[in-house]
Design a protein around this ligand. Sequence first.
Ligand code: AHM
Ligand code: MG
Length: 334
Amino acid sequence: MPKIVTLTEFIQSNQSDFPYATGELSRILNDIVVASKIVSRDVRKAGLVDHILGSHGEINIQGEYQQKLDVIADEAFIREFRLGGEVCGIASEENENFVAFTSESAKNGKYVVLFDPLDGSSNIDVNVSIGTIFSIYRRISPVGLEATLDDMLQSGTQQIAAGYVLYGSSTMLVYSTGNGVNGFTLDPSIGEFCLSHPQMKMPENGRLYAMNEGNIFECEEGLRKYINYCQSRENQTGMPYSGRYIGSLVADFHRNLIKGGIYIYPDVISAPKGRLRLLYECNPLAFIAEQAGGLATTGRKRILDIKPEYLHQRTPFYVGSKKMVEKAMECLGL
Ligand code: AHM
Ligand code: MG
């Protein structure tokens, strides 16, 4: 049997590959590992423990405030970053404003983390896969002061590391520091993420497409043309592609990363800028996609090149196998 490589060992042995090899980024990744193990444990109990499934703000039978799982996840990650000493501030989907940590050690932290603590929340109560998405940047404000909004509003090209955790039939952590993409599966019997998917590559082409087709008449003509192409025999396989839409971005993305495919959340009439958030949903997955040989665009331009203007900015999102995204863009008229 080959030796198991745990995520902690992997991070240590690859530390010199990091852009700033001082151990700080390794410690942030370890904070993410700890928080995601906590969330994974709670997700696994979600159907059993009513205080986890209860709606936020209600008082349960023990007189405790009930918490939604996405709030539990948000708090777990913030706690690790706040106390870890390397991160000066965070932004998350659950918080309207960014949070600048005020302790002296945090003010000396050189990094910010932007994350969606639990994406796919509509899937929580029905036992379908959900995920955490994260993005790490060097701060641009001076070390020693509190983090600023400008630290959060950096283009995706500035990401130092990004990744996601998928709470699926197993829990997986997939991340990149800009040297390819590696995937780790949590072995619950030893409580460790173990290297299971080294150097992941997204197939250049695929036959799976993921889009909420309920929106088909809400989106632009060019996209309907692309979906028609997917459903026809005109495409490169000579057979209709298979539609696969979980409605959980991390799970849809992860499947396409492994099998090849495209995920589309376009601008629609009800969401003219798309539904997904640039900073903590699209940018990190765009970074992973590109690192694995895939592509991520708005349908017209590269996601990572967008200069963010505000924290919860939305964008249309076309991500997946390179040739599929290119074909979709061609249908949009590029
Ligand atoms: P959330 O952050 O509120 O969970 O929304 C993001 C989710 C994605 O995971 C998913 O792909 C998409 O929203 C589903 O949206 P829709 O129900 O409109 O298809
Ligand atoms: Mg989300």
